[in-house]
Design a protein around this ligand. Sequence first.
Ligand code: FDM
Ligand code: MG
Length: 233
Amino acid sequence: MTRGQLILIEGLDRTGKSTQSAIIAGKLGKSKLMKFPDRTTKIGGIINEYLTDSSFQLSDQSAHLLFSANRWELNNEIIDLLNKGYFIVLDRYIYSGIAYSLAKYEYSKSVQNSGTKSTAIASTTASEQMGDVEWLYCPDKGLPKPDLTMFLTMDLEELGNRKGWGDERYELQEFQKIVKSSFMRVLHHEEDDSVEIVDVNGKGIEAVTELLWNLIQKKGVNELTDKQIEKLR
Ligand code: FDM
Ligand code: MG
């Protein structure tokens, strides 16, 4: 039996992930675009509240587990669609899950050291679990592994100049710097050839699409496959 393939676009905020995910899904024909967090589900509603209301308090561990639970809410749908021959483009997924949580740990430590009393980004006391990549990874074990992951990255200066920075929790430039280094720690692109880093610095929308589409073709993930769906282990 053949199936469609799972293509993930990850990246820092404002690098054009959502724009590119929509364009790529359009080029793939029978496809579905899915975005994480999916704020339309039950758990997604809580996540949305957490991201948009800085007075809404959750422990860092609870927030982390909710993002993972949100992926599990859509697990069956993803598998079903792939088996029905749909290509799925994901706008964020597991790597955002680990990288942002890990970044919160580093951020908490720097806040602790600087003596700042409160911050909406993370708890002021760094909890051991948030610095433990293995712990952060565990709840996602068993979810479908993307056939190709493309991580969009750019210089922090250019990122800072981009329009559209909002006031959601995490949308703070000094935090993005930590997020970038956390992503580089968890992507394992050197040993995992399904993970590619794409530098979009100074490139316009069309040029980035071309880079991504070339990679997709090179990896053959725009064609139906008879490979089994891999699971995160
Ligand atoms: N985010 C996203 C996480 O912290 N963990 C996750 O598992 C995922 C999928 O949520 F700051 C963060 C990343 C971002 C915020 O994402 C909302 P969007 O893409 O801006 O909606
Ligand atoms: Mg955002």
